[in-house]
Design a protein around this ligand. Sequence first.
Ligand SMILES: O=C(O)C(=O)C[C@]1(C(=O)O)C=C[C@@H](O)C=C1
Length: 315
Amino acid sequence: MKIAYLGPRGTFTEQAVQALLAQINEISKVDQIEYIPKKTIPDCLVACKNKEVQYALVPIENSIEGSVNMTLDWIIHEGKIPIQAEYTLPIQQSALIHPQFNPASLDEVEKVFSHPQAIAQCHHFLREHCPGSEWIYMKSTAEAVEHVSKNPQEKWLAIGTSIAAKNYNLSIYQESIQDYDNNHTRFVLLGEDPLVEKQDFQDWLTSQKETESQEEDEVQKSEEGFTCKSSLLITQPENFPGTLYQVLAAFSWRRLDLTRIESRPTKKALGSYFFLIDLVHPIDDILLPGAIAEVEALGFQVRVLGRYPCFFKKR
Ligand SMILES: O=C(O)C(=O)C[C@]1(C(=O)O)C=C[C@@H](O)C=C1
């Protein structure tokens, strides 16, 4: 089985894809996996659409920076590949420099390289510690680390993972430089077929709850049933007043728990939007089909982008 992810080696996405598949493998054995690094998010998704790989793992949302619009827009406009799983990874950004560059302070840094999401997560740090620096966006944090590693003579800094620092022989100047401690990125696995059967996931959850050594928040999440999600794309019939209210009412009176609502441009006209809604529910939710039917009866189109299990990093 082949899975594309945003590479090269040493990205956060690589950490996420390996951790997700390890968890899935605990639930039901998966075939031998070949991880295929791709240079960009669209490259991952196109490889999946063209069946060069069976699955693609891409970032979709960060707790500091918000949505990864490239992923959202591709899912909406380009491909009809369903979401099969979600993985949430804590993100620790590190300031990395070449071992030959020995600055007295980061004031000396002339250029900072990283992925736009990573730079955005460290704005305060960069303004305070590297005020004169130029910020240069790369396709991934690992690409930035690799670039700095190949230019020992430069006064450059990369923002990336400590694993990438090791892979490319950079020194870790400072760890955990993101502006907010609670930094998490959600990733989604896209593919035609589910990797985990419902019943297997249910059995696994039950066994997790029974394990006393479980981390507190994991147990809480499982007990609250926050383990299965549905993502819906809702298109409004026309822009008449109160449309969003009508959609929300269908979920609200059924007490369906929305975790995210977002509008994205339909790209047809200024002011024309899709609504993207994520909700958490028990694995066998019986209320959701009724809510979808009600929204459709109001004249909206509803596309289910996926109904999938959610995983997160065990501490
Ligand atoms: O550049 C990487 O290392 C990635 O895996 C991409 C990415 C992203 O696109 O959000 C993943 C997690 C972090 O939020 C920063 C960057």
